[in-house]
Design a binder for this molecule. Structure first.
Ligand SMILES: [Zn+2]
Length: 475
């Protein structure tokens, strides 16, 4: 999360790696110090004004405008969240790169070749951000869906960092709970302002922290504030920063406000442990009594709603009734509904558009989750117009349990129904026609359901609704 070296080499990396075996592709952001170089990479489109600017290295006016909207929204949320000036005092630019090669070139140029796997970085030196468009969907998909939700979130996060540079002269001294917490809080504010569904990505942090609470591994608030989280893995630390800051913003609003006000008035802070200590002292002074704060934080965690859990990215809301799911190459996107475990009889219905990608166009309806890699997999494969049922158990995949032609799968916005009756008979309907019937085993049906899309492809899921009863506790 944070590299504690000295001088020019000091850097902070935050966020998520784009490719991760278990948790799936995600984002990783980075602050970086490097040689100060002017300009950016080759630009195809520039939008914005003399203060907030977006430069794309590819031709897509729609994506350019949507990125600028995200930049503006993030800056406004930074003003609201931690008192950033209404407008930057100087030009701030977000460079959006279409390909990994172009992004890596920016890493070579601005941060000495570091952060190539990160997907995004902001430079302390130039005060600008570079973001790789991800998942790297095909051009027709990009035209269809616009700026991917995952990239929008990255842009918002990076701009929040830029707004912190502008607000706090001592931003290099900030511990992770503050720099990563506040920037993720800005992501939440922007998401709320958009008024749509809560992103599974926001819920992932809540889920990770809840698992720490349930496993009795939650650190004391004091350890978070002291930045003493080395016992936790990267994703846990990041989630702790996010949820702790959200707790302050939602449940200790006045204390947080008074802390931020004092912090803005501080002109200089030492870096490293001493800076963390001084910031902790300011926060505790604002919070007052420490009594009861751990209990309040635990209660806050327990109340966080978690509907979706993404095993691998990315599933993002798109309008009020649609979800866009896009997968990185070499890794399917998978997300389970945590709050709706089912047992037969149940029914999952909705509409599906499988969008053209670089590989197999295939959406997957998942049933009977045992764990993140064990479930029943109903593959809706558009190019072969077929439905195939598999059972996955970790690395092992069964042979096809059932397979059928489904001519109705061709085309967009196809109605589908996956139903399991009380006798565990699976019926799949495509465009109103029953195409497959197959009796499943008992261990193949009970559990959470989910949605997936095959590596490097994308799908739009609309009006997906599951109906059925939760599993009987006595089973
Ligand atoms: Zn960050």
């Amino acid at each position: 999360m944070r590299g504690r070296t000295t001088g020019l080499a000091r850097s902070i990396a935050c966020g998520w790696r784009r490719q991760l075996a278990v948790l799936g592709p995600a984002l990783l952001l980075a602050f970086a110090c490097g040689p100060q170089l002017g300009g950016g990479s080759a630009s195809a489109i520039e939008v914005g004004d003399d203060r907030l600017r977006v430069v794309l290295d590819f031709e897509d006016p729609q994506v350019a405008e949507q990125t600028l909207a995200a930049v503006e929204a993030a800056w406004a949320a930074g003003h609201e969240a931690f008192g950033a000036p209404r407008r930057p005092s100087r030009s701030r630019t977000v460079y959006l790169h279409r390909t990994e090669a172009a992004y890596e070139e920016a890493c070579d140029r601005f941060v000495g070749g570091r952060f190539k796997r990160n997907g995004a970085f902001s430079s302390h030196e130039t005060g600008d951000s570079h973001v790789l468009l991800q998942p790297n969907v095909s051009d027709p998909v990009l035209t269809r869906i616009g700026l991917p939700g995952m990239t929008r979130r990255l842009v918002v996060h990076e701009v929040a960092h830029l707004a912190m540079y502008e607000t706090f002269a001592h931003f290099r001294s900030h511990p992770d709970w503050l720099s990563e917490g506040a920037t993720q809080w800005v992501e939440r504010l922007v998401e709320r302002a958009a008024g749509g569904e809560r992103s599974p990505w926001t819920e992932a942090a809540a889920e990770r922290v809840r698992r720490l609470l349930e496993g009795e591994r939650l650190p004391a608030v004091e350890s978070i504030v002291d930045d003493a989280l080395s016992a936790y893995e990267f994703y846990e630390r990041y989630a702790l920063c996010e949820v702790f800051y959200a707790f302050l913003a939602e449940e200790r609003e006045r204390a947080l406000e008074s802390f931020l006000k004092r912090l803005r008035s501080v002109k200089r802070l030492p870096t490293g442990r001493e800076g963390t200590k001084q910031i902790a002292a300011l926060l505790w002074r604002a919070l007052g009594d420490r009594e009861g704060i751990d209990e309040a934080f635990r209660a806050f965690i327990a109340r966080q709603p978690v509907r979706w859990y993404e095993v691998s990215r990315s599933l993002e809301p798109h309008g009020s009734a649609e979800w866009i799911q896009s997968a990185f190459p070499g890794s399917s996107a998978i997300a389970f509904r945590r709050d709706q475990p089912l047992q037969p009889p149940f029914r999952i219905a909705g509409r599906l558009s499988v969008l053209p990608g670089s590989t197999v166009p295939q959406g997957n309806v998942l049933l009977g989750r045992v764990d993140d890699t064990s479930y029943t997999h109903v593959a809706l494969r558009e190019d072969l117009h077929s439905v195939t049922v598999f059972r996955r158990r970790g690395a092992e995949w069964s042979a096809a349990l059932a397979e059928a032609r489904a001519p109705g799968l061709s085309g967009e916005d196809v109605a589908f129904t996956v139903e399991v009756d009380a006798e565990r008979m699976l019926t799949v309907e495509i465009a109103g026609e029953v195409v497959l019937r197959h009796r499943l085993a008992e261990d193949e049906v009970v559990g959470q359901w989910g949605l997936g899309v095959q590596g490097a492809s994308s799908a739009i899921w609309s009006e997906v609704v599951a109906t059925g009863d939760p599993p009987d506790e006595s089973r």
